[in-house]
Ligand binder design. Structure first.
Ligand code: UD1
Ligand code: F6R
Length: 371
């Protein structure tokens, strides 16, 4: 049932304030006079000790689910102090990469049925690793086969392009980071800021959805383009990859997410006055580096669309020559949850304007159960 919406993808994008609320329901503890704010993941509570003792945490997934793990890696590393690596399921299998008994492997999958991810899970089980699932589908193959896990509870996702599952996956992984990390005094302020940020996230998501019309205007401007580059780094490298994936898979437009730190090592050669480029430059520890990237792209007459924190337009837009997307600020590690939304909206409107099938892009299936 699409309700008042024309497409499932549109409905699922706009549903995100609610899907995030259900993802967090019963799992965040507000704290009180003598109780600290904390996180409770029922499915993991008996396994946290083992996870904390592991030598390495390996996230495994495909497509959007992989991107969600990429978005959460920095906060997992920061709060757990354990090395975190990422694997695209098919690539791990192609290489038969090393997985050890001392590893915690985390399988991220909306459907819980993706063939590559499921096969990588069987491989990790054979190698004796602890296998944790992060899935949206209760009773799915991955939920049943993992030792333990967390349901993201985002509600059924029907559009082939994953939207609300992505934001809920990031939120679950941020909660996982809080659950694994110890509550030493030194990390207490940071942890509380993240928990407060999680409580605020649904209302900030409502706010960013107000960019809908603005993104439709931007889509009109980009309708006939052949290609769109998206630059990001740090917490928002994932935003670049995931934004480009959305544009590619539904709008059928070539799009590439680029790690801004790699700009000078090749991608800069593509820049001219015609190719549109989105630069994600919201406030975090990488902000000044992104400002310098914008300067360099501007010096090569790049056609820039800059995503920045509300109120920062003047400090990111050199000479007032670029288009700006202003988004609400949240705690840095949660910012990818907000920043992906304008790009989801852009991909959606581009698809409708270009006359393509939104909910079932050609050649794609919601659940990839064959290899
Ligand atoms: C569970 C209940 C929820 C109830 C809550 C109240 C289910 C599905 N969930 O939620 O309805 O409101 O208790 O306390 O009945 N699991 C895996 N792999 C996965 C995902 C989950 O093995 O990929 C396992 C978990 O380890 C856990 C079980 O499935 O044993 C349920 O997980 P989850 O729904 O996340 O647990 P709760 O949030 O505690
Ligand atoms: C992109 C998309 C795919 C899936 C991928 C993994 O919008 O939907 O890239 O993310 O096929 O699917 P799950 O998460 O079901 O394992």
């Amino acid at each position: 049932n699409k309700g008042k919406y024309e497409h499932y993808m549109q409905k699922e994008i706009h549903e995100q304030p609610d899907s995030l609320t259900t993802t967090m329901r019963g799992r965040l503890i507000r704290g009180g006079s003598c109780k600290a704010k904390s996180v409770l993941l029922g499915g993991l509570k008996d396994h946290l000790k083992t996870i904390r003792r592991s030598r390495r945490i390996v996230f495994i997934g495909c497509g959007t689910s992989y991107n969600a793990a990429l978005a959460a890696r920095p906060i997992l590393e920061e709060l757990s102090g354990i090395p975190v690596t990422l694997e695209i399921a098919s690539d791990l299998l192609d290489r038969q990469g090393p997985i050890y008994r001392e590893d915690t492997t985390v399988f991220v999958s909306q459907s819980g049925e993706t063939a590559d991810t499921l096969q990588a899970l069987e491989y990790a089980l054979e190698n004796g690793a602890l296998c944790v699932g992060i899935t949206n589908t209760v009773g799915s193959a991955i939920a049943r086969t993992t030792h333990c896990g967390v349901h993201i509870n985002a509600g059924c996702e029907i559009g082939v392009a994953s939207t609300k599952a992505y934001t809920s996956q990031i939120v679950v992984m941020a909660m996982l980071a809080l659950a694994i990390g110890d509550d030493t005094i030194s990390s207490q302020t940071r942890r509380e800021a993240i928990i407060d940020g999680l409580f605020d996230l649904p209302s900030k998501l409502k706010e960013v959805l107000k960019l809908d019309e603005e993104m439709k205007d931007l889509a009109r401007l980009l309708i006939a383009e052949q290609s769109l580059l998206v630059f990001g780094r740090g917490y928002n490298y994932a935003t670049a990859l995931e934004g480009a994936l959305k544009v590619k898979e539904v709008a059928l437009m070539h799009s590439e997410g680029i790690l801004a730190g790699e700009m000078k090592h090749g991608p800069l050669a593509l820049v001219d006055e015609t190719l549109p480029i989105v630069v994600v430059a919201t406030r975090d520890a990488c902000f000044s580096k992104q400002q310098s990237v914008i300067h360099q792209l501007h010096a090569r007459k790049g056609r820039l669309i800059v995503m920045c924190t509300k109120g920062d337009a003047a400090s990111v837009c050199v000479g007032g020559s670029c288009r700006v997307i202003e988004v609400p600020q949240v705690e840095d590690c949660l910012q990818p949850v907000i920043n992906i939304v304008p790009l989801q909206l852009l991909a959606y409107h581009l698809t409708v304007l270009r006359g393509h099938n939104v909910d079932q892009p050609r050649n794609l299936a919601k659940s990839v159960t064959t290899q």
